[in-house]
Design a binder for this molecule. Structure first.
Ligand code: SF4
Length: 537
């Protein structure tokens, strides 16, 4: 318990009423990771602020005292490969993995977070309820509706919950396939009272999230986090953080950010500004000025994401003075052609300037991020990346280049593309060119990007595969072995990961409406100039 005793709370939990709903809220990883998730903190505080809910937290390593008969059990899922830990936690509590095997003696298992909002289908058989959308607008209506049907049968409870906007009950939808190994034919509700489409819910207020707990045991020790922006107006065509969270919203400086930071600084001196694109906040300069007041001289500041063309010398100097040693920026590629394809509005000159400003402002390191295997990329684009990085090494501070493989994500214009199998070779090629030049090159594992894609484009047929992978030891080899065991019962890995899908194909998330309609995503794909399957749109 000492880990929990070390927490400093920034909200007032309510005392649970005598008949409060016993709820377990889990994070499928250890405490250090879970408590560093702003989403987990905020959802937990929402539950803990209601006197009609008695919430206990569960992590893979520690837990608060858990109720013997929980009615609800929730998971916040921010990393797709944590599903193995979901299985472990359910089993530890004696809860069947599949929702169809649960009885009234078991809690209703619900989940939310970016993974389940993007494409919950590979996990559809394991959850009774999925919450799609922003916690601010989904959580309280969910709990209120549950209170109404608390004493009813499981099936009546689920049918009532399915009427709440943003609540998706996977067992109430029937999926048919062209054949066992083929594409999806249709996804329809099992009964006419169930909505055919579940729309992700969007919060539109001007106060965004802030830490509800500060602790020395977080991965970023004692950090107070505040969400400065949600989504990103740039709309790079592969970017889930932008597309899934649209529209772009900025927290009000006066009403939200300044009071939040002032409150956070009463318990710590470390502030993290969070968001997909923090420096895009329309009043970012004013925010920096606020943080630069003499009374905040000893604060340490971390910024989650900085748009390359906003790196001025003044910003670099502010960060240096506040204890930041290096800056991370995503350039995606050193090729202007590739950046145009993905809609990244950034020129090589702006990247050079950012490196020069970072050095002039006193930063010691510059971490750049890019991708290999972007649709439309060819070998000359990789040459361009290597050339630019070698040039930046001369202009800027110590250079690190992290490079991942393009992974298609649901609800983005690139959702129809598969992973280019050449990406693995391309990562090695970059390595050969960059390391001898003294550039620290950190490639992300191509093989795990393949598995991430399997999950990001997966459908319900993956449920038995995921169970087998866990039984086989959860290694890369386990996926291969599980596909072999289930041969002819589901499509091969190639279908999910490498094939470009037809533009009119029924996608696994066809019944789940993201912020933009498919027709708009198709237009954005068309605007990229890259053709899909011979140019058929
Ligand atoms: S700039 Fe970054 S956060 Fe914004 S859309 Fe592009 S990749 Fe996403």
């Amino acid at each position: 318990m000492t880990v929990f005793a070390d927490e400093r709370l920034l909200f007032e939990p309510a005392a649970p009423e005598r008949d409060a709903v016993p709820l377990i809220f889990a994070f499928p990883n250890d405490y250090t990771v879970g408590i560093t998730s702003l989403g987990y903190q905020v959802v937990w505080a929402t539950f803990a602020s209601r006197s009609d809910v008695d919430v206990s937290r569960l992590f893979t390593d520690i837990a608060e005292p858990l109720p013997s008969n929980p009615e609800l059990m929730g998971f916040s899922v921010s990393w797709e490969l944590d599903y193995v830990n979901i299985f472990k936690l359910l089993e530890q509590l004696g809860i069947p993995l599949r929702s169809c095997d649960r009885t009234p003696a078991h809690p209703l298992v619900f989940g939310g977070g970016p993974v389940l909002t993007g494409n919950p289908e590979p996990f559809a058989d394991f959850f009774d309820i999925i919450l799609a959308g922003d916690g601010e607008v989904v959580l309280n209506p969910f709990l209120d509706a549950y209170q109404e049907v608390r004493d009813q049968t499981r099936s009546a409870q689920l049918k009532r919950l399915a009427q709440v906007p943003g609540i998706y009950i996977p067992s109430l939808y029937h999926v048919t396939y062209r054949d066992a190994e083929g594409a999806i034919e249709s996804i329809t509700p099992i009964d006419p009272d169930i909505p055919a489409i579940v729309a992700k819910q969007t919060y539109r207020g001007n106060t965004l999230s802030q830490s509800t707990v500060v602790t020395q045991h977080a991965a970023w020790e004692n950090i107070f986090m505040v969400e400065v922006v949600r989504s990103c107006p740039e709309m790079c065509r592969f970017c889930l953080a932008s597309y899934l969270a649209l529209p772009f919203r900025a927290a009000s400086l006066e009403e939200s950010l300044m009071p939040a930071i002032a409150q956070g600084l009463t318990v710590t001196n470390r502030v993290g500004l969070l968001g997909a694109s923090v420096t895009q906040h329309p009043e970012f300069e004013a925010l920096l000025t606020y943080l630069n007041q003499p009374k905040y001289d000893d604060i340490r500041l971390s910024i989650a994401s900085v748009r390359t063309n906003t790196v001025t010398e003044a910003l670099a100097r502010s960060l240096t003075q506040r204890g930041t040693k290096s800056l991370t920026i995503a350039i995606e590629s050193g090729s202007e052609k590739v950046r145009q394809i993905v809609n990244k509005k950034l020129t090589n000159d702006e990247i050079r300037q950012a490196a020069t400003h970072a050095k002039a402002g006193g930063l010691k390191g510059l971490k750049l991020y890019g991708m290999a295997g972007v649709p439309g990329e060819d070998l000359s684009d990789l040459e361009a990346t290597a050339k630019l990085l070698i040039e930046l090494k001369r202009l800027g501070p110590r250079l690190t280049f992290g490079c991942s493989t393009f992974v298609p994500k649901a609800h983005t214009p690139f959702q129809w593309f598969g992973v280019n199998p050449e990406a693995e070779k391309r990562l090695s090629q970059l390595q050969k060119q960059l390391r001898p030049q003294g550039i620290e090159f950190r490639p992300e594992s191509y093989s795990w990007s393949v598995i991430q894609t399997l999950i990001s484009r997966g459908d319900r047929r993956l449920a038995p595969l995921l169970e087998l992978v866990r039984d086989y030891g959860d290694s890369l080899g386990s996926y291969k072995r599980a596909f072999k065991t289930l041969r002819r019962q589901l499509p091969p890995l190639d279908y999910y990961v490498h094939q470009n899908w037809a533009i009119d194909q029924v996608l696994p998330w066809h019944h789940l409406q993201g912020p933009l309609p498919d027709e708009t995503l198709k237009k954005h794909l068309f605007n990229s100039g890259v053709t899909l399957n011979g140019g058929q749109y």
